[in-house]
Design a protein around this ligand. Structure first.
Ligand code: ATP
Ligand code: MG
Length: 420
């Protein structure tokens, strides 16, 4: 992609009302556009990052047999009344609306009830189970506070998966499998070493759910972890969880984190409340077991920016970077250099490398500042001096390491590393 063709422009200042670091950087670099508090649009650049995150999640969900679908944002009230979750005392983030004939509707904040209602029409026998479905969907939540940038949106992208089972054993073993898939996801996203499987509040069926919490100063949660980082407990359930695992609170210390995922066993609760049943092998009606598995896709993007940025801008982990390489052309007033840069751009594209090409007529200082702000992890500079020696200066934004590569080396290096 040519930078001269991007409609987004970098900005020196973030909007005055934007207090969170992730949104400040993302807005300044042109990845997101702030529509209002808690509501952000994703530009072509931002969408590339989101799609990279989604693709990693998609691959791991497919690997555990998940089937992708997409549910609706408009939800009938009756489906939620059956489980008591239409009530605003139970769910305090509902956006609700009405049809012209006054019929009340809910705007989807989650989809457990929606999935169960749909599956009632498809599942009749134990032979139809298990089923595992997932989606990437825009959730709408009327959050009280929206001060964490894209980490807490009133409109945000979630990956939510739902698994339906005939037995508790089957649900339990699938839940463990998904837990492992989640660990792989956070590892691939570059935050694995700082992400903990955490005891968190459960529900009617289990005492605890499991949250995936990532160390992050800008996070809104407090986690208690022990020194060797094998135990992590959300402060919301500190007393109950420490009693359960037989560890004293003194062995755990508090740390700020962001909840990047939450997995949950509903057991037969929804199946019973909503009368969603199947016939077992003896022909008896049994309620379906349900578990649900969320990942905050846009929140993860915010957490990544919080963790991987410096005073100059963002430093994307390779796997989620919008481009594998930033090709920055200097001295383009010289026709020969310009031609060379154009040729390298075409060469990289032909080698299958995702490349952002700064082909603008701008000063070197401005180009470097923009490049640092955008945060593509590798920058290859085309310059007069480089051309004389037939090399490009390639800077690694993670380490600051500088390498001088020939054109052939550049293609070889990035054609292999840009597979993500
Ligand atoms: P929180 O406690 O942060 O409000 P939650 O427990 O209500 O989140 P879940 O219903 O568990 O959220 O949703 C699944 C995942 O979606 C969360 O783990 C989180 O990563 C993400 N998420 C939840 N609310 C938001 C939001 N307002 N903006 C962005 N991501 C969110
Ligand atoms: Mg949660």
């Amino acid at each position: 992609m040519r930078q001269s063709k991007l409609f987004t422009k970098t900005r020196k200042e973030a909007p005055a009302d934007e207090t969170s670091r992730n949104a400040q950087l993302l807005i300044r670099a042109g990845y997101v556009y702030k529509v209002m508090a808690g509501v952000y649009a994703y530009t072509p650049l931002g969408l590339r990052v989101l799609e990279n995150i989604k693709q990693i999640v998609r691959e791991e969900m497919n690997a555990v047999g998940g089937q992708e679908l997409i549910m609706t944002s408009l939800q009938p009230k009756e489906v939620w009344e059956g489980t008591g979750r239409w009530s605003e005392e139970v769910v305090d983030v509902w956006f609700k609306t009405k049809l012209q004939d006054e019929t009340e509707l809910g705007l989807a904040w989650s989809h457990e009830e929606a999935i169960m209602s749909m599956m009632a029409g498809y599942v009749s026998s134990y032979k139809d189970l298990p089923i595992s479905v997932y989606q990437f969907q825009t959730k709408l939540r009327n959050e009280l506070r929206a001060k964490s940038g894209i980490m807490r949106g009133r409109e945000f992208v979630m990956k939510d998966m739902y698994s339906l089972h005939a037995t508790k054993e089957d649900m339990d073993s699938y839940y463990d499998k998904v837990t492992e898939a989640y660990k792989k996801i956070y590892q691939r996203l570059g935050v694995g070493d700082d992400t903990f499987v955490t005891f968190a509040s459960g529900g009617a069926f289990t005492k605890f759910s499991h949250e995936f919490q990532t160390l992050c100063e800008a996070g809104e949660d407090v986690l208690y972890i022990n020194r060797d980082k094998t135990v992590a407990v959300n402060e919301e359930v500190l007393d109950a969880a420490t009693a359960e695992i037989g560890i004293s609170k003194e062995e755990l210390s508090p740390t700020k984190t962001a909840e990047v995922g939450n997995i949950f066993k509903f057991g037969t609760e929804k199946g019973e409340q909503m009368h969603v049943t199947f016939k077992d092998s003896d022909g008896n009606d049994k309620p379906i077991y349900l578990a649900s598995y969320g990942i905050g896709i846009t929140r993860v993007m915010g957490v990544i920016v919080e963790k991987f940025s410096d005073e100059k801008g963002i430093v994307w982990p390779d796997a989620v970077s919008p481009f594998a390489i930033h090709l920055v052309a200097l001295n383009t007033d010289d026709a020969e250099i310009k031609d060379w840069a154009e040729g390298v751009y075409e060469g990289l594209k032909a080698a299958g490398v995702e490349v952002l090409f700064d082909d603008r007529d701008a000063r070197a200082g401005e180009k470097f500042a923009d490049s640092d702000l955008l945060g593509i992890p590798y920058r290859a500079v085309v310059s007069k001096k480089g051309k004389e020696n037939g090399v490009f200066e390639v800077v690694n934004r993670h380490t600051g390491e500088i390498r001088m590569l020939s054109e052939a080396e550049l293609y070889a290096d990035f054609a292999t590393s840009s597979g993500a």
